[in-house]
Each structure stands twice: as structure tokens, then as C-alpha cells.
Design a protein around this ligand. Structure first.
Ligand SMILES: *Cc1c(COP(=O)(O)O)cnc(C)c1O
Ligand code: SF4
Length: 362
């Protein structure tokens, strides 16, 4: 059975020769990665489409930094963790991760159209194969026996790397056990290989959109919001699939309020709703992408002032060890004394507010 989508496989680049033929001049750090005998991070893989967005002569190009490996990935830091989210400890059956009572995540495949150099699922990306029928059935039966799980995330790797048949088969297996299950498909394909959002993929997703199916993308930079990726996102929304976006904050790529403002506004303009802005997980070899939490919060405070609520994602940090996500936005409560609160708005204006409490119902 065909397991990976041919339409993506034919578009892969995994040799430095292609980059050089395309006129991309590799930096010393990039050359050093390609010359090294072994690598601790994900393999090199980029699509022709995504590589075509790179400005060849610019060593700081944001698409390049996310997709062309650098020897900096081999610098490992003591606080970095192989499994930064502690997912292996929260797996009741193979490939299923349950960190929350009401939602679970299924690892569909380790394959991705582009291996992001900042990937936090390093132990999976480039490694895990598509699931066997027995693994799918075991996970679906587990979900069937746990009606308190109301939402299932299909993640990876990238679920849209699977063949159409496989993708449809997985969705159907879960929905057979639980027709009421809300599905969330987490994929970078609309960003890095928008042509994979084919009429056939749209038809499969549209047929499964009841009761609800969401797609969550990962746009990290305005340069990724192209004619092609816009078309892919709009096609999803047009067939009744809401699109949410998660952005990873990356030093040198998108770590400024100007850049993120432009990104989030352009996403809202194509009906993709900014959902989370993530502090980078503590995955090994990603230190060169890390922004200090202090600067992250500064950037976020600036975004709070500038953006409409629709365009502003929640700022979130994943706790190491698998204890889940923490939303970091300032609460606006400066202090409280009984029912008397001191509240402060985004412009820094503060004001007392007395909570009248709840009156008895009549
Ligand atoms: C992030 C995540 C979820 C979903 O969390 P939300 O806050 O609802 O987006 C569910 N399960 C796992 C294992 C996750 O990492
Ligand atoms: S698409 Fe996701 S899983 Fe794949 S390399 Fe990028 S961050 Fe990692």
C-alpha cells in the first residue's frame, strides 16, 4: 500500500548540490553541517517550493534559517532534553500521547515535507514510520473506551505526508469508534508544500468535518504567506475547515514585534486565526534559535498594544517533563484586596474596580 504522498516525495531536495545549483551560497556553518559525518538533529530535507522562497545571497534569510542545517545544531546545552515535552511518559498506547484529560495526540508519521531546523519533536521527525493497522486500531479503541477524550490531535511529523488512502483510513478508524470526536490536524504542509493541499485532500477533510475538524498550521514568517500558501489556506476554509496557526518564536527569524505584527495580520487576512505563539521548547541543538523569556515577553507586550484581539495569539510555554502548556499573557490584575481590584490595561493605565459579586437569583 502506498504510504507517503507521491506528490510531496517528488518535490524533495535532500542534497546540498541542489541548493548550490539553485544559486544558494552556503555559509561556513552550513557547509560544516553537510561535511560532518554524523548529525544529532533531523536529516536535511526541503521542498523545491520552500527553497524557492530563499533569497540566495542572504545568509540571514528567514526561510533559509528554518530549513538549511547549520553546524550550530551540534552545540548541545545541559538544560536541553531529547524529549523536551516528556511525551514518552504520557503514552498509554503506542503513538498516543495524553497529557490532558479531555484531549489526546496521535503521532501519524515521522515524515515531514521540510525538516524544520528548530523542530522540537527531534526524536520523531525523520524517524517514526507511518503507523501499522494494528497501531491505528489500538489507539482508536483506546479513544473509544475513553469518552472523556473529546478532541484528538493528529500530529507527527506531518499527517499530510501520508498518502490520501492512509490519511482517510486513520481519520475513519477514529471516527468509527467515536463519531463525536473533534479532530485537529497539525500540519506544516500548507506552508512548505501548499500544492499538497490537493482537491482530493480537501475532499477527504471536508467529508470528515462533522462534527468538527480543524487544521492547525505553522506559519513563522510573513515571507511564508505567499500566493500559493494563501490559496491553500483559503481552500481549506472554503470547504468548512477552520484554520488556526501556531507560530514558534525564533531568534533571527521572527523575533521582533514588527515581523510578528505583519505575520499575524496577514494570517487574519486569509482567515487563519493566530492561536499560539510558542516559546521554543528545550530541544537539543536549538540554542541558536532561543529568545530569552524576558525578551519574548517584551515583544508580546508590544503585540498586545498593536494587534486586534483576533490577530493576537496566546503566548505559551510548554513545561519540560510533560506537564503541559502555560499561557503567559499578563492577567491585567495588578493587585487585589477582597473584592477591590487594581486593574491595568495594555497602555499602562490602571484603575480600581470593585467586583459587585453575584446577587441571589430571584
Ligand atoms: C499541545 C497539546 C495538546 C493541545 O493543547 P491545546 O492547548 O488545546 O492546544 C494536546 N495534547 C498534547 C500532547 C499537546 O502537546
Ligand atoms: S513540521 Fe513539525 S515535526 Fe516536522 S520538522 Fe517541522 S516542527 Fe518538526
Amino acid at each position: 500500500m502506498e504510504r507517503e504522498s507521491d506528490s510531496v516525495v517528488s518535490q524533495w531536495i535532500n542534497s546540498r548540490n541542489y541548493l548550490e545549483t539553485a544559486g544558494i551560497v552556503l555559509t561556513a556553518e552550513e557547509q560544516a553541517w553537510f561535511s560532518a559525518d554524523t548529525h544529532s538533529g533531523p536529516p536535511f530535507r526541503v521542498t523545491r517550493y520552500y527553497a524557492s522562497l530563499i533569497r540566495e545571497a542572504d545568509p540571514a534569510d528567514p526561510i533559509r534559517l528554518q530549513s538549511i542545517p547549520s553546524i550550530l545544531e551540534e552545540q548541545l546545552n545541559p538544560h536541553e532534553l531529547e524529549d523536551p515535552l516528556g511525551e514518552a511518559d504520557h503514552s498509554p498506547v503506542p503513538r498516543l500521547i495524553r497529557r490532558y484529560p479531555a484531549r489526546a495526540l496521535f503521532i501519524t508519521t515521522g515524515s515531514c515535507a521540510v525538516y524544520c531546523r528548530h523542530c522540537f519533536r527531534r526524536s520523531i521527525a525523520g524517524a517514526a514510520a507511518p503507523p501499522t493497522d494494528a497501531e491505528i486500531l489500538a489507539a482508536a479503541e483506546y479513544i473509544g473506551k475513553h469518552p472523556e477524550i473529546t478532541e484528538l490531535l493528529l500530529s507527527g511529523g506531518d499527517p499530510l505526508m501520508l498518502s490520501d488512502e492512509r490519511l482517510e483510513g486513520i481519520i475513519r478508524s477514529f471516527r468509527e469508534q467515536r463519531p463525536d470526536l473533534v479532530l485537529r490536524i497539525c500540519t506544516r504542509v500548507p506552508v512548505v508544500q501548499p500544492a499538497r493541499v490537493t482537491p482530493s485532500v480537501l475532499a477527504i477533510l471536508a467529508a470528515c468535518r462533522n462534527p468538527a475538524l480543524y487544521v492547525v498550521t505553522q506559519f513563522n514568517h510573513p515571507a511564508e504567506v505567499t500566493e500559493e500558501s494563501r490559496t491553500a489556506v483559503k481552500a481549506l476554509v472554503d470547504c468548512g475547515i477552520p484554520v488556526l496557526n501556531q507560530t514558534v518564536l525564533l531568534r533571527g527569524v521572527n523575533d521582533s514585534a514588527d515581523c510578528l505584527q505583519q505575520l499575524f495580520e496577514s494570517l487574519v487576512a486569509v482567515r487563519a486565526i493566530p492561536y499560539y505563539l510558542f516559546q521554543l521548547d528545550l530541544a537539543p541543538g536549538t540554542a541558536h534559535f532561543r529568545v530569552s523569556l524576558e525578551r519574548t515577553r517584551e515583544i508580546y507586550r508590544e503585540l498586545q498594544k498593536r494587534l486586534s484581539r483576533l490577530a493576537l495569539p496566546d503566548l505559551s510555554v510548554d513545561l519540560p517533563g510533560g506537564e503541559g502548556k502555560v499561557v503567559l499573557a499578563d492577567s491585567g490584575i495588578v493587585s487585589r484586596k477582597g473584592s477591590r481590584y487594581l486593574l491595568r490595561n495594555q497602555e499602562g493605565y490602571s484603575c480600581h474596580y470593585t467586583d459587585p459579586g453575584e446577587s441571589d437569583r430571584v
